[in-house]
Design a binder for this molecule. Structure first.
Ligand code: THU
Length: 126
């Protein structure tokens, strides 16, 4: 699967975004080391702090299905269907990636691809 195809899957996932408060739809497509794909979207809540980001939705879906080793995630986010700008994962999502992914885990965004250690050079972990 190419990075472009993963970004397209992330866009499809963003179509399921539940974001009536921010109107900011986010989608993610996560790749396991054996090539399986898990997608996720952001899910907001009237009690704002309960909102779950798209990246964590995808990771939690995968872990709950027994997959704990990942190579890459594609993430798109935007308003009114415009996903052309990079949607950088928030600190909470980076920390969850840090739990399950190596420092060379790839974070594929609309304009640029990063490695996890670039976005989170110093972090807390076991
Ligand atoms: N959001 C994500 O889904 N992922 C991120 O990494 C950043 C933010 C969502 C949360 C909220 O529903 C909306 O984007 C606006 O903050």
């Amino acid at each position: 699967m190419t990075d472009k195809e993963l970004l397209a899957l992330a866009e499809n996932a963003a179509a399921n975004s539940y974001s009536p408060y921010s109107h900011f739809a986010v989608g993610a497509a996560l790749v396991t080391t054996d090539g399986k794909i898990f997608t996720g979207c952001n899910i907001e809540n009237a009690s704002f702090s309960l909102t779950n980001c798209a990246e964590r939705t995808a990771i939690f879906k995968a872990v709950s299905e027994g997959y704990k080793s990942f190579t890459a995630i594609a993430v798109v986010g935007g308003r009114d269907g415009d996903f052309s700008k990079d949607c950088i994962p928030c600190g909470a999502c980076l920390q969850v990636m840090r739990e399950f992914c190596d420092s060379d885990f790839r974070i594929i965004l609309a304009e640029k691809t990063y490695r996890l250690e670039e976005l989170m050079p110093v972090s807390f972990g076991l």
